[in-house]
Design a protein around this ligand. Structure first.
Ligand SMILES: O=P(O)(O)OC[C@@H](O)[C@@H](O)c1c[nH]c2ccccc12
Length: 52
């Protein structure tokens, strides 16, 4: 089965933290809907800049 990390993930450190704890997917809500540019916010969460 898949373990999902959810809630309270606001930055790349948070995502890395739950990944280190063994999750294979993340569910992010608040930190994305508060961003003006969700695509960029997703890229930022995973430590990548979007090509533009
Ligand atoms: O906004 P956050 O803290 O990133 O959380 C996202 C998500 O985990 C959360 O919205 C959620 C997970 N399961 C739910 C079920 C119903 C409503 C909301 C949720």
């Amino acid at each position: 089965f898949q373990v999902v990390g959810e809630s309270g993930l606001f930055n790349p450190d948070d995502v890395a933290y739950v990944q280190n704890a063994g999750v294979s997917a993340v569910l992010v809500g608040e930190s994305l809907v508060k961003q003006a540019d969700p695509g960029r916010a997703i890229a930022g969460l995973f430590g990548k800049e979007l090509v533009h």
